[in-house]
Design a protein around this ligand. Structure first.
Ligand SMILES: Nc1ncnc2c1ncn2[C@@H]1O[C@H](COP(=O)(O)OP(=O)(O)OP(=O)(O)O)[C@@H](O)[C@H]1O
Ligand SMILES: [Mg+2]
Length: 285
């Protein structure tokens, strides 16, 4: 799978991701009060497992994702706690260690497919460049074709010559998935990956990620307010409310019979809206 690893040879990391007591405080804007985006969150994603972090807008999901990717703006945010990704302490790692982790062992898919690619260059050339950054050029064509195939895109020469604006939203998202899996990461981090997709594409995306997990064994951390997607993709769901864990358990437990309080309010709101439309909570877990 990936090349060099911070885990010593012969010792397998039992977890992909471990977060302990993570606190993040953002300075208030315009001299307003500071914002405690995360108030002591702990969670674990086992190797090969899938965990969804669900919660309303502003509950701290993207802040948590930024910490996992080592992308939190440390000059502005105050951070406490520990985040370990395959044994690397990402809150204290060097830029070089983080770049290696993100390039190889951790793949990221976000909400803004268009922002993931430079509009001036073909998608094929950008995938090739991303591959060559961490692997020998001789393997690039094969790796790009394989990643596109796994992402559900026919990697013909015509596709590789398209620029981002010549692709549909669904195609671009699959291209972003291809970029994320170029180096066969052991952990895929998905932050609101379906927010810009229609209902059919959302379902297709859930199927795609399930297939990727089955084929590559990658673990998944999904941040979403779409509880249907969480139920379909994740083994476990952690519900965040104002930066704290309001509920945690299997998808069936949390979405089927949520505890009182904010987690229940979130599930009931989801059931009332189209987002809940017909999908049995925890049915696909
Ligand atoms: N760069 C930042 N500077 C200041 N405050 C921030 C910053 N990023 C996030 N916040 C604040 O931290 C809190 C959590 O935001 P975050 O983006 O993590 O939530 P989220 O759950 O991802 O929301 P959404 O569903 O809208 O994406 C919010 O109150 C937000 O305003
Ligand atoms: Mg967010």
């Amino acid at each position: 799978m990936s090349g060099s690893s911070p885990t010593p040879p012969g010792r397998t990391a039992p977890t992909s991701l471990s977060i302990e007591g993570l606190r993040v405080v953002w300075p208030g804007r315009d001299e307003g009060a500071d914002v405690a985006a995360l108030g002591g969150v702990s969670l674990t994603v086992p190797a090969g497992g899938a965990v969804a972090v669900a919660g309303e807008s502003g509950s701290g999901k993207s802040t948590l994702v930024a910490c996992v990717l080592g992308l939190l703006d440390r000059r502005r945010a105050r951070v406490e706690g520990r985040v370990e990704v395959f044994g690397t302490d990402v809150l204290r790692a060097s830029d070089r260690e983080l770049a290696a982790l993100r390039g190889r062992r951790v793949g990221y898919v976000g909400q803004l497919f268009h922002a993931a690619f430079d509009p001036l260059f073909t998608v094929g050339s950008q995938l090739a460049e991303a591959h060559r950054a961490h692997a020998p050029a001789a393997a690039t064509d094969g790796a790009v074709a394989e990643a596109l195939r796994l992402a559900g895109l026919d990697a013909g020469p015509d596709l590789l010559r398209l620029r981002p604006h010549e692709m549909s939203g669904g195609m671009l998202q699959r291209a972003q998935v291809a970029a994320a899996i170029l180096h066969r990461p052991d952990l895929l981090v998905l932050d609101e990956p379906t927010a810009a997709l229609d209902a059919l594409r959302r379902r297709e995306f859930a199927t795609l990620v399930a297939e990727l997990r089955a084929r590559t064994g990658a673990a998944v951390l999904l941040a979403t307010h779409d509880l249907g997607l969480a139920a379909r993709l994740a083994d476990r769901v952690v519900v965040l409310h104002r930066g704290r864990v309001a509920a945690a358990g299997t998808a069936a437990e949390v979405l089927g019979s949520p505890p009182d309080g904010q987690a229940r309010a979130l599930v009931e709101a989801w059931r009332r809206t189209a987002g809940g439309g017909g999908e049995a909570p925890g049915g696909a877990a």
